[in-house]
Design a protein around this ligand. Structure first.
Ligand SMILES: Cc1cc2nc3c(=O)[nH]c(=O)nc-3n(C[C@H](O)[C@H](O)[C@H](O)COP(=O)(O)O)c2cc1C
Length: 159
């Protein structure tokens, strides 16, 4: 691998999302960039998640999640939800659609999902999720992962 891995991988265009997870009345949300559509019919999204995270435990237990699209003006939200904190959902408005996963009201759009299956991918797990409902919430252009710099600390994670 090149010693310039971080900037090379940032050439792959990705958005930035807040993933809401829920198991009954236990909820959490985290920032993710490794999200993509992988099927038209059924409509499927793939989310790559660190199995060490709090959110992964809830995702596995509850089997539902929301993918909330952040706008260009919402880098601070990406930073906020990119940390592990007990009460990081407090102070933000949430709603629910069909599955009951927490939907971030200030996002540009949401996808309300049920996990279909998982696949191992190195140090992450890919959750393949069926989109149950989706809607636009607010006007704006999507935030790009590239524009978040090293917010996720990934420059330290390449070997
Ligand atoms: C811009 C950005 C992108 C991120 N992308 C991912 C991702 O795709 N998958 C992932 O598991 N974590 C990703 N993270 C890291 C998680 O958001 C972070 O580990 C978070 O603390 C997990 O929250 P939790 O421990 O409350 O579940 C990203 C963080 C940032 C700031």
């Amino acid at each position: 691998m090149s010693n310039n891995s971080e900037s090379l991988f940032k050439q792959i265009s990705l958005g930035v999302y807040v993933i809401g997870v829920s198991d009954g009345n236990r909820q959490n949300a985290f920032t993710a960039a490794w999200v993509m559509q992988v099927s038209f019919n059924p409509p499927l999204l793939a989310i790559s998640i660190n199995p060490q995270s709090t959110s992964y435990q809830l995702l596995q237990a509850g089997g539902i999640c929301s993918v909330n699209v952040l706008g260009q003006h919402q880098a601070a939200l990406a930073e906020h939800f990119g940390q592990s904190a007990v009460d990081k959902m407090a102070g933000h408005q949430w709603q629910s659609a069909q599955t009951g996963a927490p939907i971030l009201s200030e996002s540009l759009a949401y996808f309300d999902c049920a996990v279909s299956h998982y696949s191992e991918a190195g140090d992450h797990i890919i959750a393949i999720c069926k989109v149950v409902t989706a809607a636009k919430l607010n006007e704006g252009q999507p935030l790009l992962y590239k524009s978040t710099g090293d917010l996720d600390g990934s420059s330290q994670l390449y070997q």
